[in-house]
Design a protein around this ligand. Structure first.
Ligand code: 6R9
Length: 659
């Protein structure tokens, strides 16, 4: 297992190579064998109420629930732990205060500069969350109100989220890489009246102008009366005293008390909204509620990450995404772990930044994305080897399928062949991981997310919606609900049903393709809709097309994903210019800038091809399948083009393809 060349060769020649959980790991693990997993899985499917009733004991309840589940799944309705009352910040913070964890580190924050770091114990966290919750109340936030959070990865982000949950406000975290326009859209859609931001974020030594973006966004958000600003980057900003308040002044104000009793929330009260891209229309506000989400997040954390409360856990996701909600904030804190957060990039100022942090804080469990692994494996192995990574005991990945080469490198170079790897498949909508190996029980097959989590029942459907059997490939859907599955789309009551439950009636459709192999392992095959997965981030092609056509020289655009060695998928845009506009490299750059302004840097097209025409059917529908094949350079696989209105367009597009 230690000779890299041999492992890679063996795997590539033999698709069935499996990595068995190391004995030392298995002995200490929550679930110790495949048989044990299978027994508990069967129990969770045959007796879901009993299974989830037991798991609900991971959480403290103000009032016990009366019924585990009620609903009509086919109609997109499901309720969990009905009648229960709980508070998420109580579960993530207060309940640790009566244990040995009171003065242990809850959050360790590492800034981009090596000397910038802060440690908050559970007691510190309680103090700050309670005080900030009182600040929110002071500025008029009460139960059910929406609060927009636009912050870099600093402790205040987690504190703000927890403070919202303490008083029953619904947070809407907006990734700090999104533009002012994206921010405005999300603030307006969620109806937030208070925004929390920072004077700036820090990226490669430069300041990201978060407060300027907020100022621009708020020009068109008349409902927002208060903006609380964290002093982080010491940037020069405009400060509107009638609206803007400094976090550090507010939290220490004489009228702010440390005591803030957690609001008992109903299990089905909304917990947060998080916007995510779909194949059509604007990003939708995925709504999660309190009891089911919390129990599901904690249960997956316990079994998939095999978390012990002595562990230091580092998930590198930004809390602007779902992974940074469930596995940076809620699940690890609920289980009393020490959580590492880092405001910075994996390769700045040197490519060993992550390895330094693991060594410095003795991280035990490390959870990152395949795109990060691919970019770091391009560097010399010495960057990893010069650090002592012996604290690591488990590794994880999320966001997209991991290619076997990257898996093997991660296993050998980072995990030194000792650490199991869990490839975790899930979505913003699913609340927590739904397909993954259990590290002490299920052998890993590099590239496969392995098996369903307890209570989750996946099926592979053919295009007519028929369930298929083993060794089949098709649409990945879920046959029953589980506590973490989203409850709705904020402000659009029918959209959950229409988007997810109506494609294959009676099933939740994930939008992903998958294959089930003879051993019961799931292999994810990528999105089947018009969503591109760039570095593990979901971007809707229609959003990028909308942003490109905001450019005054552009008549029409069609956007597809194409294979990209580091990012997984890159963005390829076919652009038709208005009559008389000259093509130029300069124009491509201004189109890119336009997308950055409208959505944010993550949606910037990697390649732009100007064209006179797009391949359309006689009814005027763009044939994206053809555009995808051309972008990927797979000309032989373009397939049938007889339904095109004008088939010459294909030759023209191939001739001018961007390499
Ligand atoms: C958690 C998260 C969801 C989409 C999902 C799928 C892809 C995530 C994956 C994976 C293969 C994995 N995806 N994890 N594909 N293997 N382990 O990423 O949520 O941002 O909503 O994206 O990401 O395509 O549908 P989200």
């Amino acid at each position: 297992m230690s000779s890299s060349a041999n492992i890679t060769y063996a795997y590539l020649q033999d698709n069935e190579l499996q990595f068995v959980p190391p004995e030392s790991f298995r002995k200490e693990a929550e679930i110790k064998s495949l048989d044990e997993y299978r027994r508990l899985y069967r129990y969770s499917i045959e007796n879901p109420d009993a299974f989830w009733a037991e798991q609900s004991g991971l959480i403290d309840w103000h009032r016990n629930w009366k019924k585990v589940y009620s609903g009509n799944f086919a109609e997109g309705e499901h309720k969990w732990f009905v009648g229960g009352k709980l508070n998420v910040s109580y579960n993530c913070v207060d309940r640790h205060l009566n244990t040995w964890r009171k003065n242990k580190a809850a959050l360790i924050w590492q800034g981009e500069r090596r000397d910038d770091f802060r440690v908050l114990t559970y007691n510190d966290l309680w103090n700050k969350v309670s005080r900030f919750a009182n600040v929110l109340k002071k500025w008029g936030v009460s139960k059910g109100d929406r609060v927009a959070i636009y912050l870099p990865m600093i402790p205040e982000l987690i504190i703000a989220m927890l403070a919202c949950t303490r008083i029953g406000a619904i947070h809407n975290v907006i990734f700090a890489g999104f533009s002012a326009e994206s921010l405005r859209e999300r603030i307006l859609d969620s109806g937030a009246r208070l925004v929390i931001t920072a004077d700036g974020g820090i990226r490669r030594g430069a300041i990201v102008p978060l407060k300027d973006n907020v100022d621009k966004a708020l020009e068109h958000c008349p409902g927002v009366h208060t903006c609380i600003v964290v002093r982080q980057a010491h940037a020069d900003i405009d400060f509107w005293t009638h609206r803007d308040k400094w976090w550090h002044i507010e939290i220490k104000a004489p009228d702010i008390k440390t005591d803030c009793p957690p609001e008992p929330m109903d299990s089905e009260d909304p917990l947060f909204i998080l916007y995510t891209s779909g194949s059509t229309g604007k990003p939708k506000g995925v709504l999660h509620t309190t009891g089911g989400y919390m129990v599901y997040a904690a249960t997956t954390m316990k079994y998939i990450f095999d978390l012990k409360d002595t562990d230091t856990f580092w998930c590198t996701a930004d809390s602007g995404w779902i992974t940074g909600h469930s596995y940076v904030a809620y699940a690890p804190l609920a289980l009393g772990a020490t959580v590492v957060i880092y405001e910075g990039l994996c390769n700045y100022p040197t490519p060993d930044r992550y390895w330094q942090i693991i060594e410095r804080f003795k991280v035990n469990i490390f959870y990152t994305a395949p795109t990060v692994i691919r970019s770091l494996m391009r560097e010399k192995e010495e960057w990893v080897n010069k650090h002592d990574l012996s604290s690591l005991r488990l590794l994880g990945t999320v966001g997209e399928s991991i290619n076997p080469e990257a898996w093997l490198w991660y296993h050998r170079v980072v995990g030194k062949g000792r650490c199991p790897i869990v490839d975790t498949y899930w979505q913003t909508e699913t609340g927590g991981i739904i397909i993954s190996a259990l590290p002490g029980a299920i052998s890993a097959k590099p590239g496969s997310a392995a098996m369903p989590f307890f209570g989750v029942e996946p099926v592979i459907l053919d295009s007519q919606g028929n369930e298929t059997s083993e060794n089949s490939e098709g649409c990945l859907a879920m046959k029953r609900p589980w506590p973490g599955l989203m409850r709705g789309v904020y402000g659009a009551p029918n959209r959950f049903f229409e988007t997810y439950m109506s494609v294959f009636p009676g099933y939740y459709f994930t939008g992903d393709g998958a294959r089930l192999d003879k051993d019961g392992y799931y292999w994810l095959l990528g999105r089947m809709d018009d969503v591109i997965n760039v570095s593990g981030h979901r971007i809707g092609t229609s959003e990028v097309e909308g942003a490109i056509t905001e450019h005054s020289d552009v008549a029409e655009a069609a956007v597809v994903g194409y294979p990209h060695v580091i990012k997984g998928e890159g963005i390829y845009a076919y652009v038709i210019l208005k009559k008389g506009v000259q093509e130029s490299e300069e124009l491509k750059n201004t189109i890119r800038q336009c997308v950055r302004r409208v959505i944010g840097p993550i949606a910037t097209p990697d390649k732009i091809q100007f064209t006179e025409q797009l391949p359309k059917t006689r009814s005027g529908k763009i044939m994206r399948r053809i555009l995808r094949k051309i972008a990927a350079g797979e000309f032989e696989q373009i397939g049938d083009i007889t339904t095109l209105a004008d088939s010459n367009v294909v030759d023209e597009l191939i001739k001018h393809r961007q390499p």
